[in-house]
Design a protein around this ligand. Structure first.
Ligand code: 16G
Ligand code: MG
Length: 558
């Protein structure tokens, strides 16, 4: 189908939805039969080969979202993050660079499951009347994609949907997910007093690198390189871009797993999810590199919005040498550092931390002794919203998704404060640079990597010093396949099951048998399974506890 001219489509919009074009689009991108799509925590995610209809339809909704927001630019990102290469997905980004407003998710689900054009148009009309959208408002949408082979076809479907709606289309090309979020925010704030940065990929590197260099330049450099596993994904390209802006005297990086061309390489035996889930080095690392004990290493995921660090305490051949520094450890490092700076700066700001039930109990205990801590359900949007309630909200999932949010008033306080001493002045200027360094729109592997490097450099710490903050409780994550995962409903930030009735009491009984134990069960938002998390004080008891809870889930499955 040829792309309709934006002007004629825009004219048609003034009268109503471009129904003729939508009929053509649905014909060109038919919904696969017998597939039910869900727009959930990570947008829609499934096999890339069956996603064209989803892209076309979510594009229509994005144009409506932009209209709803008075023509501000919204974003679409084509990625399946840490999932295997044949998967793909689509995620919508709102005008301030945050996740799509959650009340729109059900409209997305309705639109992607409509079986024909009339049903789709009806779903869009419901959205238009519910959200009171003025169709004559212009629309603008920027989209980007990761390195998956299905991306070009999906982007084509997406562009076709945007053109049908007469939207202004900005094709950002290959981007990390956080870069796309950055672009949305930068485009919408350009030329205003809140300008976030140049709305280009170069602008992103320039902003981060300037802040990073100003933060580290007064500390002696670390001589050992940071070994970065790019998951054979888009993070590899971003790292090259970043290195052009930050000289080796400031950051010595050894990039690994940068192969974005070999089919099947993406996230295979590497990446943040592999390292976190298996609690081990990327596959093959031991053989390739002469890994000195203590050397800092980190892994991005496939779209570079997640990062975990790790190091070896002894020789790679010893199984207990591997030490993980996950999202919880990053949160603790960041919260400590920011609390200290706020104190030194002499400003009144409440620093708080947001975690999920997956946070290791030791990290929660450590953080609670220092800052207020909130627990939310899994998924970035929940943590992000809770972090916005603090002046400075540090949020991280254990899996490495996270960032730090400085509220508008906190930013003003930092900017306008009158320092009472040279030390306070220095702390204030470091806080100002942190506001620039940290991607405030969403967790960002590159920005988080730089943040960790800044803190380690300023403390003159190695990985082992950082690791010393607390000792993780032994923990395990199991996946149970059930008939209907939606039967598993939770409350109290996913820490308690309310359905199936009676199961929670049985889990509590089991947990009570072990020292310092905790376990919870929740339905996955991204896979057709139920997840079981267990932790306890004594490592030899862990398997028994996790298996017992998993068995309870299986027995209750109806
Ligand atoms: C998605 C979420 C991530 C969460 C994960 C949980 C976003 C951008 N991503 O990847 O935050 O940790 O889902 O997966 O919100 P699960 O529901 O399958 O356990
Ligand atoms: Mg990701």
């Amino acid at each position: 189908m040829a792309l309709p001219s934006t002007i004629s489509a825009a004219r048609a919009m003034a009268e109503g939805l471009p129904t003729q074009l939508i009929h053509e689009g649905v014909k060109e991108y038919p919904k696969p039969e017998a597939v039910k799509f869900t727009y959930g925590t990570a947008g829609v995610r499934t096999k890339g080969a069956i996603l064209e209809s989803v892209c076309y339809r979510i594009a229509l909704i994005s144009a409506l979202r932009s209209k709803k927001l008075g023509g501000k630019t919204v974003g679409l990102m084509v990625t399946a993050s840490h999932n295997p290469e044949e998967d793909n997905g689509l995620k919508a980004v709102d005008a301030r660079g945050e996740m799509l407003e959650s009340s729109w998710e059900s409209h997305c689900t309705a639109a992607v499951n409509a079986t024909n054009a009339d049903e789709l148009i009806a779903a869009l009309e419901t959205l238009i009347s519910t959200a009171k959208i003025n169709l004559s408002t212009p629309a603008s949408v920027v989209y980007g994609h990761d390195t998956r082979p299905t991306c070009p076809a999906l982007c084509k479907a997406l562009a076709s949907g945007l053109a049908a709606m007469g939207a202004n289309i900005i094709d950002a090309g290959l981007k990390t997910t956080p870069q796309l979020h950055y672009l949305v925010k930068a485009l919408n704030t350009k030329g205003t007093p809140d300008a976030y940065g140049e709305p280009t990929e170069e602008g992103y590197y320039a902003k981060l690198s300037a802040a990073y260099i100003s933060l580290v330049s007064k500390f002696p450099p670390t001589s050992s390189p940071l070994i970065v596993d790019c998951a054979n994904g888009v993070g590899a390209a971003a790292l090259i871009g970043l290195k052009k802006h930050i000289g080796e005297q400031y950051l010595l990086i050894k990039a690994q797993r940068t192969d974005t061309k070999t089919p099947g390489a993406l996230n295979s035996g590497c990446g943040a999810d592999y390292v976190k889930t298996n609690q081990r080095l990327p596959s093959g690392y031991e053989k390739e590199s002469s890994l000195a004990p203590g050397e800092r290493m980190c892994s991005f995921d496939g779209d570079a919005d997640r990062i975990v660090f790790y190091y070896l305490r002894g020789p790679a051949s010893q199984p207990d040498s591997f030490r993980l520094l996950d999202g919880d450890k990053i949160a603790s490092l960041a919260a400590d550092y920011i609390v200290e700076l706020v104190k030194k700066a002499g400003v009144e700001l409440e620093v708080g931390c947001v975690q999920t039930a997956y946070a290791n109990g030791s990290s929660t205990k450590y953080l609670q002794q220092r800052v207020p801590v909130t627990c939310t359900p899994t998924g970035v949007k929940h943590l992000h919203a809770a972090a916005e309630r603090y002046d400075v909200g540090v949020y991280f999932e254990a899996n490495g998704h996270g960032t730090v949010l400085f509220s508008e008033s906190a930013q003003r306080t930092i900017k306008e404060a009158e320092p009472s001493s040279p030390a306070a002045e220095d702390a204030l200027s470091q806080l100002s640079a942190l506001v620039e360094l940290i991607n405030q729109t969403v967790g960002d592997a590159i920005s988080d990597m730089l943040l960790v490097e800044v803190i380690l450099r300023s403390r003159q710490w190695g990985a082992e010093d950082w690791d010393g903050a607390y000792e993780d409780l032994p923990n395990k994550l199991l996946k149970v396949t059930v008939k209907d995962r939606f039967a598993f409903k939770t409350e109290d930030a996913e820490r308690k099951l309310i359905s199936p009735v009676g199961l929670q009491a049985k889990i509590d009984n089991e947990v009570a048998k072990y020292k310092g134990a905790r376990s919870f069960v929740r339905a996955s938002g991204t896979e057709d399974a139920v997840r079981v998390y267990a932790e306890c004080a004594l490592a030899p008891e862990l398997d028994k506890l996790a298996t017992a809870v998993a068995r309870l889930v299986q027995e209750t499955d109806v």
